[in-house]
Design a binder for this molecule. Sequence first.
Ligand code: IMP
Length: 485
Amino acid sequence: MGNRSGSYYSALKRITKVANSAFSSRKVYNSIAKSAAKAVHANGCRISFLVPQHEYLLTAGTYGLSDIYLKKGPLDARKSLPEILDGETVFVADATKDERVQHHQIAEAQRISSILGVPIIKQDEVVGEMRVYTHEPHWFSESDNSFLRSVVDICAVILERTESKQVLKQEYKKDRKHTLLTEAPQLPTASLRPASFAHPSESEFAKLLDFYRIEWLYEPRAFPLCWKEGAVAEMFTPDFYLPELDLYVELTTLKQSLITEKNRKVRQLKQLYPDVNIKLLAKDDFVKLLVKYGYGPLGEVKIGQVNKVLFSRSQIQRRVKILAKRISRDYAGQQIVMVGVLRGVICFMADIIQQISLPVTVDFMAISNYGGDGQVVKITKDLDSSITNRHVLMVEDIVDTGMTLNYLLTHLRAHNPQSLNICTLLDKRARRLVDIPLKYVGFEIPDRFVVGYGLDYKEEYRNLPFIGLLNPDVSQVHGDLNSMK
Ligand code: IMP
Protein backbone atom coordinates (compact mmCIF):
# COMPACT_ATOMS: atom_id res chain seq x y z
CA MET A 1 0.00 0.00 0.00
CA GLY A 2 2.83 2.36 0.92
CA ASN A 3 4.42 1.72 -2.48
CA ARG A 4 1.14 2.29 -4.30
CA SER A 5 0.51 5.66 -2.62
CA GLY A 6 4.10 6.54 -3.57
CA SER A 7 3.40 5.80 -7.21
CA TYR A 8 0.13 7.80 -7.12
CA TYR A 9 2.04 10.70 -5.57
CA SER A 10 4.82 10.72 -8.19
CA ALA A 11 2.23 10.38 -10.97
CA LEU A 12 0.26 13.33 -9.59
CA LYS A 13 3.48 15.33 -9.34
CA ARG A 14 4.20 14.66 -13.03
CA ILE A 15 0.60 15.40 -13.98
CA THR A 16 0.36 18.73 -12.15
CA LYS A 17 3.73 19.75 -13.57
CA VAL A 18 2.72 19.05 -17.16
CA ALA A 19 -0.71 20.61 -16.54
CA ASN A 20 1.04 23.80 -15.55
CA SER A 21 3.46 23.71 -18.51
CA ALA A 22 3.35 25.60 -21.79
CA PHE A 23 3.09 22.39 -23.83
CA SER A 24 0.33 21.99 -26.41
CA SER A 25 -2.95 20.51 -25.16
CA ARG A 26 -2.38 17.29 -27.08
CA LYS A 27 1.02 16.84 -25.43
CA VAL A 28 -0.40 17.62 -21.99
CA TYR A 29 -3.27 15.15 -22.26
CA ASN A 30 -1.05 12.45 -23.77
CA SER A 31 1.34 12.86 -20.89
CA ILE A 32 -1.49 12.74 -18.31
CA ALA A 33 -2.87 9.62 -20.00
CA LYS A 34 0.53 7.96 -19.72
CA SER A 35 1.13 8.87 -16.07
CA ALA A 36 -2.41 7.87 -15.06
CA ALA A 37 -2.24 4.52 -16.88
CA LYS A 38 1.15 3.64 -15.40
CA ALA A 39 0.10 4.54 -11.86
CA VAL A 40 -2.85 2.11 -11.95
CA HIS A 41 -0.90 -0.56 -13.87
CA ALA A 42 -3.00 -0.14 -16.98
CA ASN A 43 -1.70 -0.63 -20.53
CA GLY A 44 -3.61 2.20 -22.14
CA CYS A 45 -5.62 5.32 -21.48
CA ARG A 46 -7.88 7.66 -23.42
CA ILE A 47 -9.03 11.09 -22.30
CA SER A 48 -11.89 12.61 -24.24
CA PHE A 49 -14.19 15.57 -23.98
CA LEU A 50 -17.76 16.15 -25.03
CA VAL A 51 -18.30 18.73 -27.73
CA PRO A 52 -21.17 21.26 -27.50
CA GLN A 53 -24.63 19.63 -27.71
CA HIS A 54 -22.92 16.58 -26.23
CA GLU A 55 -23.27 14.46 -29.34
CA TYR A 56 -19.62 13.59 -29.78
CA LEU A 57 -16.55 12.76 -27.74
CA LEU A 58 -13.29 14.14 -29.03
CA THR A 59 -10.10 12.36 -28.06
CA ALA A 60 -7.82 14.83 -26.30
CA GLY A 61 -5.00 12.45 -25.39
CA THR A 62 -4.11 8.76 -25.44
CA TYR A 63 -1.47 6.40 -24.25
CA GLY A 64 -0.74 2.82 -25.30
CA LEU A 65 -3.57 2.50 -27.82
CA SER A 66 -3.08 1.93 -31.51
CA ASP A 67 -3.97 5.04 -33.45
CA ILE A 68 -7.41 3.65 -34.27
CA TYR A 69 -9.02 6.05 -31.80
CA LEU A 70 -7.26 9.03 -33.24
CA LYS A 71 -8.16 7.98 -36.80
CA LYS A 72 -11.69 7.27 -35.71
CA GLY A 73 -12.32 10.99 -35.29
CA PRO A 74 -15.17 12.04 -33.02
CA LEU A 75 -16.89 9.16 -31.25
CA ASP A 76 -20.64 8.97 -30.90
CA ALA A 77 -21.13 9.89 -27.23
CA ARG A 78 -24.00 7.48 -26.67
CA LYS A 79 -22.56 4.50 -28.52
CA SER A 80 -20.25 2.97 -25.98
CA LEU A 81 -20.58 2.87 -22.17
CA PRO A 82 -22.86 5.93 -22.03
CA GLU A 83 -23.23 5.50 -18.24
CA ILE A 84 -19.87 7.23 -17.80
CA LEU A 85 -21.34 10.36 -19.34
CA ASP A 86 -24.25 10.07 -16.93
CA GLY A 87 -21.66 10.60 -14.19
CA GLU A 88 -20.98 6.98 -13.21
CA THR A 89 -17.65 5.24 -12.85
CA VAL A 90 -17.91 2.12 -15.00
CA PHE A 91 -15.88 -1.05 -14.72
CA VAL A 92 -15.82 -3.69 -17.46
CA ALA A 93 -14.05 -6.90 -16.49
CA ASP A 94 -13.85 -8.43 -19.98
CA ALA A 95 -14.40 -6.10 -22.93
CA THR A 96 -14.40 -8.96 -25.42
CA LYS A 97 -17.56 -10.41 -23.85
CA ASP A 98 -19.34 -7.59 -22.01
CA GLU A 99 -22.67 -6.67 -23.59
CA ARG A 100 -22.10 -2.99 -22.88
CA VAL A 101 -19.08 -2.93 -25.19
CA GLN A 102 -20.11 -2.44 -28.80
CA HIS A 103 -17.33 -3.91 -30.87
CA HIS A 104 -15.91 -6.98 -29.21
CA GLN A 105 -13.68 -7.68 -32.18
CA ILE A 106 -12.13 -4.22 -31.98
CA ALA A 107 -11.54 -4.81 -28.28
CA GLU A 108 -9.86 -8.07 -29.17
CA ALA A 109 -7.85 -6.53 -31.99
CA GLN A 110 -6.71 -3.81 -29.61
CA ARG A 111 -6.00 -6.37 -26.90
CA ILE A 112 -8.39 -4.64 -24.53
CA SER A 113 -9.47 -6.83 -21.66
CA SER A 114 -10.59 -4.70 -18.69
CA ILE A 115 -11.78 -1.10 -18.80
CA LEU A 116 -12.30 1.45 -16.04
CA GLY A 117 -14.13 4.61 -17.15
CA VAL A 118 -14.32 7.72 -14.98
CA PRO A 119 -16.39 10.81 -15.82
CA ILE A 120 -14.69 14.20 -16.00
CA ILE A 121 -17.00 16.50 -14.06
CA LYS A 122 -16.81 20.27 -14.02
CA GLN A 123 -19.10 22.12 -11.63
CA ASP A 124 -21.66 19.30 -11.53
CA GLU A 125 -21.66 18.85 -15.29
CA VAL A 126 -20.04 15.89 -17.08
CA VAL A 127 -17.66 17.36 -19.66
CA GLY A 128 -15.79 14.24 -20.71
CA GLU A 129 -14.33 10.94 -19.60
CA MET A 130 -11.11 9.08 -18.95
CA ARG A 131 -10.81 5.37 -19.65
CA VAL A 132 -7.95 3.13 -18.68
CA TYR A 133 -7.46 -0.24 -20.37
CA THR A 134 -5.54 -3.41 -19.60
CA HIS A 135 -4.41 -6.26 -21.86
CA GLU A 136 -5.06 -8.91 -19.21
CA PRO A 137 -8.14 -9.17 -16.96
CA HIS A 138 -7.53 -6.76 -14.10
CA TRP A 139 -9.40 -5.52 -11.00
CA PHE A 140 -8.86 -1.88 -10.08
CA SER A 141 -8.69 -1.06 -6.37
CA GLU A 142 -10.61 1.66 -4.53
CA SER A 143 -7.33 3.64 -4.32
CA ASP A 144 -6.94 3.36 -8.13
CA ASN A 145 -10.45 4.76 -8.41
CA SER A 146 -9.80 7.57 -6.04
CA PHE A 147 -6.48 8.42 -7.74
CA LEU A 148 -8.15 8.56 -11.17
CA ARG A 149 -10.90 10.80 -9.78
CA SER A 150 -8.21 13.31 -8.78
CA VAL A 151 -6.64 13.05 -12.23
CA VAL A 152 -9.94 13.79 -13.98
CA ASP A 153 -10.42 16.82 -11.71
CA ILE A 154 -7.10 18.13 -12.98
CA CYS A 155 -8.23 17.44 -16.56
CA ALA A 156 -11.41 19.45 -15.90
CA VAL A 157 -9.33 22.37 -14.66
CA ILE A 158 -6.99 22.36 -17.67
CA LEU A 159 -9.95 22.28 -20.01
CA GLU A 160 -10.50 25.89 -19.00
CA ARG A 161 -7.16 26.86 -20.52
CA THR A 162 -7.88 28.87 -23.62
CA GLU A 163 -5.71 26.78 -25.90
CA SER A 164 -7.34 23.57 -24.74
CA LYS A 165 -10.84 24.84 -25.46
CA GLN A 166 -9.72 26.35 -28.73
CA VAL A 167 -8.36 23.03 -30.01
CA LEU A 168 -11.59 21.26 -29.17
CA LYS A 169 -13.64 24.00 -30.79
CA GLN A 170 -11.61 23.78 -33.99
CA GLU A 171 -11.91 20.02 -34.14
CA TYR A 172 -15.62 20.26 -33.50
CA LYS A 173 -16.05 22.80 -36.27
CA LYS A 174 -14.13 20.60 -38.68
CA ASP A 175 -16.38 17.70 -37.82
CA ARG A 176 -19.54 19.77 -38.00
CA LYS A 177 -18.59 20.86 -41.49
CA HIS A 178 -18.10 17.25 -42.45
CA THR A 179 -21.47 16.21 -41.01
CA LEU A 180 -23.28 19.03 -42.72
CA LEU A 181 -21.62 18.36 -46.04
CA THR A 182 -22.57 14.74 -46.09
CA GLU A 183 -25.87 15.34 -44.32
CA ALA A 184 -25.48 11.97 -42.72
CA PRO A 185 -25.74 11.11 -39.04
CA GLN A 186 -22.83 8.71 -39.34
CA LEU A 187 -19.30 9.05 -38.12
CA PRO A 188 -16.15 8.95 -40.19
CA THR A 189 -14.86 5.51 -40.96
CA ALA A 190 -12.51 3.91 -38.44
CA SER A 191 -10.02 1.39 -39.65
CA LEU A 192 -6.79 -0.28 -38.90
CA ARG A 193 -5.46 0.88 -42.26
CA PRO A 194 -2.70 -1.26 -43.64
CA ALA A 195 0.25 0.32 -45.40
CA SER A 196 -0.53 -1.91 -48.37
CA PHE A 197 -2.98 -4.62 -49.33
CA ALA A 198 -2.09 -8.12 -50.49
CA HIS A 199 -4.10 -7.63 -53.69
CA PRO A 200 -5.58 -4.68 -55.64
CA SER A 201 -9.08 -6.12 -55.24
CA GLU A 202 -8.75 -5.75 -51.46
CA SER A 203 -7.84 -2.12 -51.80
CA GLU A 204 -10.79 -1.64 -54.17
CA PHE A 205 -13.12 -3.36 -51.74
CA ALA A 206 -11.86 -1.09 -48.93
CA LYS A 207 -12.64 1.91 -51.15
CA LEU A 208 -16.17 0.64 -51.73
CA LEU A 209 -16.72 0.18 -47.98
CA ASP A 210 -15.35 3.66 -47.38
CA PHE A 211 -17.78 5.01 -49.95
CA TYR A 212 -20.73 3.53 -48.07
CA ARG A 213 -19.19 4.67 -44.76
CA ILE A 214 -18.95 1.12 -43.50
CA GLU A 215 -16.29 0.70 -40.85
CA TRP A 216 -13.66 -1.94 -41.61
CA LEU A 217 -10.56 -3.49 -40.11
CA TYR A 218 -8.01 -5.27 -42.26
CA GLU A 219 -6.97 -8.75 -41.11
CA PRO A 220 -7.70 -7.94 -37.45
CA ARG A 221 -7.86 -11.49 -36.18
CA ALA A 222 -6.29 -14.88 -36.87
CA PHE A 223 -8.43 -17.92 -36.03
CA PRO A 224 -6.61 -21.12 -35.05
CA LEU A 225 -8.15 -23.93 -37.14
CA CYS A 226 -6.10 -26.94 -36.18
CA TRP A 227 -3.83 -27.95 -33.33
CA LYS A 228 -1.03 -30.50 -33.12
CA GLU A 229 0.45 -31.58 -29.82
CA GLY A 230 -0.99 -28.56 -28.08
CA ALA A 231 0.36 -26.05 -30.62
CA VAL A 232 -1.61 -24.27 -33.31
CA ALA A 233 -0.85 -25.96 -36.64
CA GLU A 234 -3.13 -23.95 -38.93
CA MET A 235 -4.55 -20.44 -38.79
CA PHE A 236 -7.00 -18.53 -40.91
CA THR A 237 -7.04 -14.73 -41.12
CA PRO A 238 -10.05 -13.30 -42.95
CA ASP A 239 -9.26 -10.18 -45.00
CA PHE A 240 -11.81 -7.80 -43.52
CA TYR A 241 -13.90 -7.36 -40.41
CA LEU A 242 -16.86 -4.98 -40.54
CA PRO A 243 -17.56 -4.20 -36.87
CA GLU A 244 -20.91 -2.43 -37.36
CA LEU A 245 -22.20 -5.52 -39.18
CA ASP A 246 -20.24 -7.98 -37.06
CA LEU A 247 -19.15 -9.61 -40.31
CA TYR A 248 -15.88 -11.01 -41.64
CA VAL A 249 -15.34 -10.89 -45.41
CA GLU A 250 -12.83 -13.02 -47.25
CA LEU A 251 -12.02 -12.07 -50.83
CA THR A 252 -10.91 -15.12 -52.78
CA THR A 253 -8.47 -15.31 -55.66
CA LEU A 254 -9.35 -16.39 -59.17
CA LYS A 255 -7.52 -19.69 -58.99
CA GLN A 256 -10.00 -22.53 -58.53
CA SER A 257 -7.56 -24.55 -56.42
CA LEU A 258 -7.24 -21.71 -53.96
CA ILE A 259 -10.99 -21.14 -53.84
CA THR A 260 -11.52 -24.78 -52.86
CA GLU A 261 -8.91 -24.45 -50.14
CA LYS A 262 -10.48 -21.23 -48.86
CA ASN A 263 -13.91 -22.83 -48.86
CA ARG A 264 -12.56 -25.65 -46.71
CA LYS A 265 -11.04 -23.18 -44.26
CA VAL A 266 -14.22 -21.12 -44.06
CA ARG A 267 -16.30 -24.26 -43.44
CA GLN A 268 -13.89 -25.27 -40.68
CA LEU A 269 -13.98 -21.80 -39.16
CA LYS A 270 -17.79 -21.86 -39.09
CA GLN A 271 -17.71 -25.23 -37.35
CA LEU A 272 -15.17 -24.20 -34.74
CA TYR A 273 -16.52 -20.69 -34.19
CA PRO A 274 -20.27 -20.92 -34.82
CA ASP A 275 -20.86 -17.37 -33.58
CA VAL A 276 -18.54 -15.91 -36.18
CA ASN A 277 -20.28 -14.45 -39.17
CA ILE A 278 -18.17 -14.76 -42.36
CA LYS A 279 -18.85 -14.30 -46.06
CA LEU A 280 -16.71 -15.37 -48.97
CA LEU A 281 -16.63 -12.97 -51.85
CA ALA A 282 -15.03 -14.41 -54.99
CA LYS A 283 -13.08 -11.86 -56.98
CA ASP A 284 -15.31 -12.52 -59.98
CA ASP A 285 -18.33 -11.68 -57.89
CA PHE A 286 -16.64 -8.55 -56.76
CA VAL A 287 -15.98 -7.45 -60.33
CA LYS A 288 -19.65 -8.11 -61.08
CA LEU A 289 -20.56 -6.00 -58.11
CA LEU A 290 -18.71 -3.07 -59.64
CA VAL A 291 -20.54 -3.43 -62.96
CA LYS A 292 -23.60 -1.61 -61.74
CA TYR A 293 -21.49 1.49 -61.19
CA GLY A 294 -20.11 1.16 -64.74
CA TYR A 295 -16.77 0.77 -62.98
CA GLY A 296 -13.93 -1.73 -62.85
CA PRO A 297 -12.60 -4.12 -65.52
CA LEU A 298 -16.10 -4.81 -66.83
CA GLY A 299 -17.16 -1.18 -66.86
CA GLU A 300 -16.35 -0.86 -70.54
CA VAL A 301 -18.03 -4.02 -71.80
CA LYS A 302 -20.05 -3.30 -74.95
CA ILE A 303 -23.62 -4.41 -74.65
CA GLY A 304 -25.65 -5.57 -77.61
CA GLN A 305 -29.26 -6.05 -76.62
CA VAL A 306 -31.63 -7.50 -74.09
CA ASN A 307 -32.07 -11.09 -75.17
CA LYS A 308 -34.05 -12.65 -72.36
CA VAL A 309 -37.19 -11.50 -70.59
CA LEU A 310 -37.03 -12.44 -66.93
CA PHE A 311 -40.39 -10.96 -65.92
CA SER A 312 -42.94 -9.81 -68.45
CA ARG A 313 -45.04 -6.71 -68.02
CA SER A 314 -48.09 -8.73 -66.96
CA GLN A 315 -46.08 -10.83 -64.49
CA ILE A 316 -44.79 -7.64 -62.89
CA GLN A 317 -48.27 -6.10 -62.76
CA ARG A 318 -49.74 -9.19 -61.07
CA ARG A 319 -46.99 -9.17 -58.44
CA VAL A 320 -47.27 -5.43 -57.83
CA LYS A 321 -51.02 -5.86 -57.18
CA ILE A 322 -50.34 -8.57 -54.59
CA LEU A 323 -47.75 -6.45 -52.80
CA ALA A 324 -50.06 -3.41 -52.77
CA LYS A 325 -52.87 -5.51 -51.31
CA ARG A 326 -50.61 -6.71 -48.49
CA ILE A 327 -49.41 -3.22 -47.74
CA SER A 328 -52.99 -1.87 -47.72
CA ARG A 329 -54.00 -4.63 -45.31
CA ASP A 330 -50.99 -4.25 -42.97
CA TYR A 331 -51.30 -0.47 -42.69
CA ALA A 332 -55.13 -0.38 -42.59
CA GLY A 333 -56.38 2.77 -40.83
CA GLN A 334 -53.00 4.48 -41.12
CA GLN A 335 -51.36 7.02 -43.38
CA ILE A 336 -48.05 6.10 -44.96
CA VAL A 337 -45.20 7.99 -46.57
CA MET A 338 -43.66 6.00 -49.41
CA VAL A 339 -40.05 6.98 -49.95
CA GLY A 340 -38.54 5.94 -53.28
CA VAL A 341 -34.84 5.80 -54.09
CA LEU A 342 -34.20 7.45 -57.44
CA ARG A 343 -33.96 6.60 -60.25
CA GLY A 344 -34.45 2.86 -60.64
CA VAL A 345 -37.68 2.95 -58.63
CA ILE A 346 -39.69 5.22 -60.96
CA CYS A 347 -41.81 2.55 -62.71
CA PHE A 348 -42.37 0.41 -59.62
CA MET A 349 -43.34 3.41 -57.50
CA ALA A 350 -45.73 4.74 -60.12
CA ASP A 351 -47.48 1.37 -60.42
CA ILE A 352 -47.66 0.37 -56.78
CA ILE A 353 -49.08 3.62 -55.41
CA GLN A 354 -52.02 3.31 -57.79
CA GLN A 355 -52.91 -0.07 -56.28
CA ILE A 356 -52.75 1.00 -52.63
CA SER A 357 -56.14 1.64 -51.05
CA LEU A 358 -54.87 3.94 -48.27
CA PRO A 359 -54.01 7.61 -48.02
CA VAL A 360 -50.36 7.80 -49.11
CA THR A 361 -47.87 10.56 -49.67
CA VAL A 362 -44.81 10.09 -51.83
CA ASP A 363 -41.29 11.42 -51.44
CA PHE A 364 -37.96 10.64 -53.12
CA MET A 365 -34.31 10.48 -52.22
CA ALA A 366 -31.20 10.11 -54.34
CA ILE A 367 -27.62 9.33 -53.44
CA SER A 368 -24.32 9.67 -55.26
CA ASN A 369 -22.80 6.79 -57.19
CA TYR A 370 -19.56 4.96 -56.41
CA GLY A 371 -16.74 6.12 -58.67
CA GLY A 372 -13.65 4.67 -57.02
CA ASP A 373 -12.33 8.20 -56.51
CA GLY A 374 -12.14 8.27 -52.73
CA GLN A 375 -15.46 10.10 -52.32
CA VAL A 376 -17.97 9.01 -49.70
CA VAL A 377 -21.64 8.46 -50.41
CA LYS A 378 -23.71 11.64 -50.31
CA ILE A 379 -27.40 12.34 -50.34
CA THR A 380 -27.91 14.29 -53.53
CA LYS A 381 -31.66 14.66 -53.00
CA ASP A 382 -33.12 14.57 -49.52
CA LEU A 383 -36.74 14.23 -48.44
CA ASP A 384 -38.98 17.23 -49.10
CA SER A 385 -41.32 16.58 -46.17
CA SER A 386 -40.84 15.52 -42.56
CA ILE A 387 -41.14 11.83 -41.67
CA THR A 388 -40.94 12.30 -37.89
CA ASN A 389 -43.62 10.17 -36.16
CA ARG A 390 -44.91 8.92 -39.50
CA HIS A 391 -45.15 5.41 -40.95
CA VAL A 392 -42.46 5.21 -43.60
CA LEU A 393 -42.23 2.58 -46.32
CA MET A 394 -38.97 2.69 -48.27
CA VAL A 395 -39.49 1.59 -51.85
CA GLU A 396 -36.53 0.16 -53.77
CA ASP A 397 -36.16 -1.28 -57.25
CA ILE A 398 -33.58 -3.86 -56.24
CA VAL A 399 -31.58 -4.80 -53.14
CA ASP A 400 -28.22 -6.23 -54.02
CA THR A 401 -25.41 -6.03 -51.40
CA GLY A 402 -27.71 -3.99 -49.15
CA MET A 403 -25.11 -1.24 -48.69
CA THR A 404 -27.30 1.47 -50.24
CA LEU A 405 -30.24 0.61 -48.00
CA ASN A 406 -28.02 0.31 -44.97
CA TYR A 407 -26.84 3.86 -45.50
CA LEU A 408 -30.29 5.27 -46.25
CA LEU A 409 -31.91 3.56 -43.28
CA THR A 410 -29.39 5.11 -40.90
CA HIS A 411 -30.25 8.48 -42.36
CA LEU A 412 -34.01 7.94 -42.11
CA ARG A 413 -33.92 6.49 -38.59
CA ALA A 414 -32.30 9.69 -37.38
CA HIS A 415 -35.57 11.47 -38.26
CA ASN A 416 -37.48 9.25 -35.79
CA PRO A 417 -40.25 7.87 -37.97
CA GLN A 418 -43.01 5.98 -36.14
CA SER A 419 -42.22 2.89 -38.21
CA LEU A 420 -39.82 2.10 -41.03
CA ASN A 421 -40.20 -0.84 -43.42
CA ILE A 422 -38.88 -1.81 -46.80
CA CYS A 423 -40.59 -2.83 -49.99
CA THR A 424 -38.41 -3.93 -52.90
CA LEU A 425 -39.42 -5.20 -56.29
CA LEU A 426 -36.33 -7.37 -56.70
CA ASP A 427 -34.12 -9.10 -54.15
CA LYS A 428 -30.70 -10.33 -55.32
CA ARG A 429 -30.23 -12.19 -52.06
CA ALA A 430 -27.24 -14.24 -53.17
CA ARG A 431 -25.09 -11.13 -53.11
CA ARG A 432 -26.12 -9.71 -49.78
CA LEU A 433 -23.40 -8.33 -47.56
CA VAL A 434 -25.52 -6.29 -45.17
CA ASP A 435 -28.50 -8.25 -43.92
CA ILE A 436 -31.53 -6.02 -43.78
CA PRO A 437 -35.04 -7.28 -43.11
CA LEU A 438 -37.18 -6.75 -46.21
CA LYS A 439 -40.89 -6.70 -45.40
CA TYR A 440 -42.25 -6.80 -48.95
CA VAL A 441 -40.38 -8.48 -51.82
CA GLY A 442 -41.66 -8.74 -55.39
CA PHE A 443 -39.29 -11.34 -56.82
CA GLU A 444 -36.15 -12.98 -55.57
CA ILE A 445 -33.70 -13.11 -58.49
CA PRO A 446 -30.42 -14.95 -59.07
CA ASP A 447 -27.07 -13.22 -59.30
CA ARG A 448 -27.67 -11.74 -62.76
CA PHE A 449 -27.60 -8.17 -64.01
CA VAL A 450 -31.08 -7.04 -64.95
CA VAL A 451 -32.46 -4.01 -66.76
CA GLY A 452 -35.83 -2.51 -67.68
CA TYR A 453 -38.92 -1.30 -65.79
CA GLY A 454 -36.81 1.55 -64.38
CA LEU A 455 -33.53 -0.38 -63.95
CA ASP A 456 -30.60 0.75 -66.05
CA TYR A 457 -27.19 -0.16 -67.30
CA LYS A 458 -25.26 3.09 -67.63
CA GLU A 459 -28.55 5.01 -67.70
CA GLU A 460 -30.02 3.04 -70.61
CA TYR A 461 -32.88 0.51 -70.79
CA ARG A 462 -35.00 2.11 -68.05
CA ASN A 463 -37.92 2.48 -70.46
CA LEU A 464 -38.34 -1.23 -71.24
CA PRO A 465 -41.75 -2.37 -69.99
CA PHE A 466 -40.34 -5.72 -68.79
CA ILE A 467 -37.31 -6.88 -66.78
CA GLY A 468 -34.66 -8.57 -68.88
CA LEU A 469 -31.09 -9.79 -69.06
CA LEU A 470 -28.50 -8.12 -71.23
CA ASN A 471 -26.60 -9.83 -74.02
CA PRO A 472 -23.85 -10.49 -73.19
CA ASP A 473 -24.86 -10.65 -69.55
CA VAL A 474 -22.25 -8.32 -68.08
CA SER A 475 -22.41 -10.15 -64.81
CA GLN A 476 -21.36 -13.38 -66.53
CA VAL A 477 -18.39 -11.89 -68.41
CA HIS A 478 -15.18 -13.05 -66.88
CA GLY A 479 -13.46 -10.27 -64.98
CA ASP A 480 -9.74 -9.68 -64.92
CA LEU A 481 -9.03 -8.16 -61.58
CA ASN A 482 -5.36 -7.86 -62.27
CA SER A 483 -6.22 -4.91 -64.44
CA MET A 484 -7.43 -3.12 -61.34
CA LYS A 485 -5.28 -0.32 -60.24
P1 IMP B 1 -26.83 -2.39 -53.25
O1 IMP B 1 -26.36 -1.18 -52.51
O2 IMP B 1 -25.65 -3.27 -53.59
O3 IMP B 1 -27.93 -3.14 -52.56
O4 IMP B 1 -27.33 -1.89 -54.66
C1 IMP B 1 -28.58 -1.38 -54.88
C2 IMP B 1 -28.58 -0.54 -56.13
O5 IMP B 1 -27.72 -1.08 -57.15
C3 IMP B 1 -29.95 -0.53 -56.75
O6 IMP B 1 -30.73 0.55 -56.25
C4 IMP B 1 -29.66 -0.40 -58.25
O7 IMP B 1 -29.56 0.96 -58.59
C5 IMP B 1 -28.31 -1.03 -58.42
N1 IMP B 1 -28.39 -2.42 -58.96
C6 IMP B 1 -28.08 -3.57 -58.30
N2 IMP B 1 -28.24 -4.64 -59.10
C7 IMP B 1 -28.69 -4.17 -60.29
C8 IMP B 1 -29.07 -4.80 -61.52
O8 IMP B 1 -29.03 -6.03 -61.69
N3 IMP B 1 -29.48 -3.96 -62.51
C9 IMP B 1 -29.54 -2.62 -62.37
N4 IMP B 1 -29.20 -1.99 -61.24
C10 IMP B 1 -28.79 -2.75 -60.20
